[in-house]
Ligand binder design. Structure first.
Ligand code: DX5
Ligand code: ZN
Length: 218
């Protein structure tokens, strides 16, 4: 069964805690935190204190997708905040193997995020210490972008070379059509931002996400 990982970047920023509780109750499997530093990408989003505050109200896996330069400077803080995985971009560290090893050393899942133009070759000598490969099907930096079709072949290529236990997660432009294409190629988990948060049925000011999550899983 595929895992659905809502990205809090697309949630209503004035009520993040309620949104998280709502997606958890609706069947989400994991919470995806898009951490942006205004440097590797233009936007600035959540600090570790935001993740830590939400850790207290959720039992779900927390993924910290670090779109930041020098991720080594931040790993400890996001681990202390309660992240279960740390996902980094190979372009942001001079010593990819060391950075991934540092995540493993503190007992967390190590993830590597591949931008649309980034080759899978960077996994040649570190796939043994990678738990999650995040296929970016949009360029990092914002939600609501269109899915880049060429990434489907990347998912197939990764499924062939990676052990079955390595998770392939797809991030960007996921909707009920692209979700199926990714699952067919071997993806095990999907990040959902704008599709989930914009298609929910809202009543009394609160959204219901169960139906959208069900559509993505099926
Ligand atoms: C993009 C982020 C994504 C994004 C997904 O930089 O990594 O997680 O929030 O949003 P959608 O699903 O709207 O493309
Ligand atoms: Zn992301």
């Amino acid at each position: 069964m595929v895992m659905i990982c809502p990205s809090m970047l697309s949630a209503d920023p004035t009520k993040l805690g309620y949104e998280l509780a709502a997606v958890e109750a609706a069947g989400a499997d994991c919470i995806h935190w898009d951490i942006m530093d205004g440097n590797f990408v233009e936007a600035i989003t959540f600090g570790a204190h935001v993740v830590a505050a939400h850790r207290k109200i959720s039992k779900l896996r927390f993924d910290a997708h670090l779109m930041v330069e020098n991720p080594d400077k931040h790993i400890e803080k996001f681990v202390a905040a309660g992240s279960d995985s740390i996902i980094i971009h190979p372009e942001t560290t001079k010593h990819l193997h060391r950075t991934l090893s540092n995540i493993k050393k503190v007992g967390k899942l190590a993830g590597i995020a591949l931008n649309p133009a980034t080759s899978i070759d960077c996994l040649d000598y570190c796939s043994d210490i990678v738990d999650i490969v995040l296929v970016m099907s949009v360029n990092p930096g914002s939600s609501g972008q269109k899915f880049i079709d060429s990434q489907l072949n990347k998912i197939s290529a990764l499924r062939k070379i990676l052990p079955k236990t390595t998770e392939i997660c797809v991030d960007g432009g996921i909707n009920d059509t692209t979700a199926k294409l990714c699952i067919d190629r071997g993806a095990n988990s999907l990040v959902t931002g704008s599709f989930l948060f914009k298609n929910a049925v809202v009543s009394n000011g609160y959204a219901s996400y169960a139906e959208v999550i069900r559509r993505l899983k099926n």
